[in-house]
Write a protein that binds this ligand. Sequence first.
Ligand code: SF4
Length: 381
Amino acid sequence: MEKNLRLFALGKPLSKAAQIELEANSLLVDDDNIKQQYKEAIGKKSKKAKKVATIEEITAAVKREVRGENCLEGFEQGIGKVSASKLTTYRGCHFAYLLQYRLHLQPHVYFPQVVFGECFHYILEDFNTNRLITLDDLIFGKEVQVEEDGKLKKKKIKGWKGRWYGAANSRNIRFRSEKQLHILYNKGVGMLKDFFEKEQHNPKPAPEFVERKFDVMLDCRPYLNRYYRINGFFDKIDKKNEKVIITDYKTGHVGAVSSDLGLQLTLYWYAYNKWAAQNALYFPKQASPENIELVMYHLPTLEEKHATRDNIALKYLINEIHNADSDIKAKNFTPFIGSHCDTACFWQESCYELLMSNNKDLFNFLISQYTNMISEKSRTQ
Ligand code: SF4
């Protein structure tokens, strides 16, 4: 909704479909493929909030899925569309993947740092598209005037304060104490001040290169004779001379997941190449793969790590996707229990109740499934 204010701030109110059509037709290139991609990216309907399942419902769903009773109805068999977060979740804990991506459940609680990161990304998106311009805008938001039903109305583009407290009041976030809510708000303000200080004079990318969706086919040949569909969002794409710079913002600690980060950057690298090649009209001077630079921008420290990718990295990514896909098809949803359960998994409550209390049989079943799979693998190798 807020996105439309940018283009239609003073125009006659239009239906959502008409707005999308008009935006697509106002692109500089006359190419039906690009228009279609653009329409899909901006026209995606927001999903209705999902109901939080009870522990009994989760138990029933897990049993149906892992024991094969009617398990395939409505669900993909393998990994399906691959996103960086889907792959990271499966590599981190197969059982968390089952709950989140296979059964599409809603977690009971959220971790503050996850919501913090989501809210912060919204602010950066608005900054990079010039909807929020000054430091005050970033923190407190900005009022804009729009015409609705023939009347001028004031609307607010939320800043950090509105985003953070809005999310904190509407979601079940597990704060360590009431103070933590405000401590994190202040942390966000500090990060925005530093970020603004550093970035305020840097040129911004065109709006279509901010939070840009991609959805392309990963051609695995010659390593594997198949394709995987990969999708996700580029946080920001800049062009400098011959170079294309793809930036991914990170708000949290990144050391522990560095190999997953590496895979994520390879996924972006491949996706950009493919996307640009498919839209050659839009990219008359396409950057060669070695001129695509990937930047992991760590916001708490403002450190920027630059990387490039090549076909060796791509082969590794394909291998990891294929392994995950095969394991998911074999229904390997073994829980990976460790210290990360306490600190990084928002399924923790449901998971402990499911596996550790009245459903110990489910835990044993998952472990025996895993053991069988490993011995089957070593038998066939
Ligand atoms: S609590 Fe641990 S074992 Fe359970 S889903 Fe989360 S990461 Fe996996």
